[in-house]
Design a protein around this ligand. Structure first.
Ligand code: SAM
Length: 277
């Protein structure tokens, strides 16, 4: 089943195929997040920013009796999610989480998941109280965001952007990730809303295999995520190629290949809140 809702802002153009190329490295944080959610038989499970749906379908498998709803504003990602969900197990909703109200589901929600979404939603700290209010008593809210704004993958992106002839258009779009807060901020926000809260961070030392990605594995990773706002501006193939070449060169220095692969340190921030019964 699918519903259409109005789109509040222009979305980055996601490429599900590119995003899924490195999905094995996205699995462990999702599992570690969800391992802290203790719901046993939830009635409604809501996956905000569900993307191409792989994790949403895992939620559906974990809770076979639940009504599962996935919300995303990318037509491309949701299209891929629908095609994966042959049995139409999940309700896929095309909407912007900044304006979409979970009250539309008609009942309080038992589990809300926002996995690797909120770095794209600068207003998210304002939205969290509404999501907690949408929970049923005893409900769970689970979020995970990358905390890598100051990692070389991102500082180099801003450096290359600053030298680009289109810097004035690109740089403001790269500032969005500043929206991500420290774990303590999420802890105090959620605990202050009356939830039993667990917040933590983990830095994964991912080992990418250079052979599989033409020697540019970190570039392949960022092509699926951090580069998307740059691509919004640089639609011309030539301009885009020049930018990617300069950025790729810088990345190779920061993340050199080793005999065992290319090490990509990725910090992630987690918070799980349990609304009191
Ligand atoms: C990094 S992907 C994460 C996908 C999925 N949660 C997962 O675990 O693989 C981020 C997704 O958030 C979506 N997104 C970003 N901002 C959004 C917004 N304001 N409203 C709805 N979806 C949004 C994007 O379209 C994209 O599919």
């Amino acid at each position: 089943m699918a519903q259409m809702a109005e789109m509040a802002q222009p979305a980055e153009r996601w490429d599900p195929e590119q995003y899924e190329k490195l999905s094995e490295y996205r699995q462990r944080p999702f599992e570690e997040l969800m391992s802290r959610v203790g719901a046993t038989s939830p009635g409604i499970v809501l996956d905000l920013g569900c993307g191409s749906g792989g994790h949403t379908l895992e939620l559906a498998a974990r809770w076979p009796g639940a009504r599962v709803v996935g919300v995303d504003r990318s037509v491309e990602m949701l299209g891929r999610a629908r095609s994966r969900d042959g049995g139409e197990r999940v309700e896929w909703v095309l909407a912007d989480v900044e304006s979409w109200d979970p009250a539309q589901l008609g009942s309080p929600v038992d589990v809300i998941v926002a996995n690797s979404l909120l770095q794209w939603v600068p207003s998210h700290r304002r939205l969290i109280p509404g999501w907690i209010a949408a929970l049923a008593p005893g409900g769970w809210f689970a979020m995970q965001v990358p905390g890598n704004y100051n990692a070389p993958s991102h500082t180099l992106l801003r450096e290359v952007a600053a030298k680009s002839p289109r810097a004035a258009e690109i740089l403001p779009r790269l500032g969005r990730s500043e929206a991500v807060s420290e774990p303590a901020v999420y802890f105090f926000t959620l605990a202050g809303l009356g939830c039993d809260t667990d917040a933590w961070e983990t830095t994964y030392q991912h080992v990418f295999d250079p052979g599989a990605f033409q020697g540019q594995p970190v570039l392949e990773w960022t092509r699926g995520t951090a580069l998307l706002p740059v691509f919004e501006v640089l639609s011309d193939e030539g301009e885009r190629a020049d930018f990617v070449q300069a950025y790729g060169r810088a990345l190779l220095q920061a993340y050199p290949p080793h005999p065992f692969g290319t090490v990509f340190a990725l910090r992630r921030i987690f918070a799980v809140a349990h609304r009191k019964s």
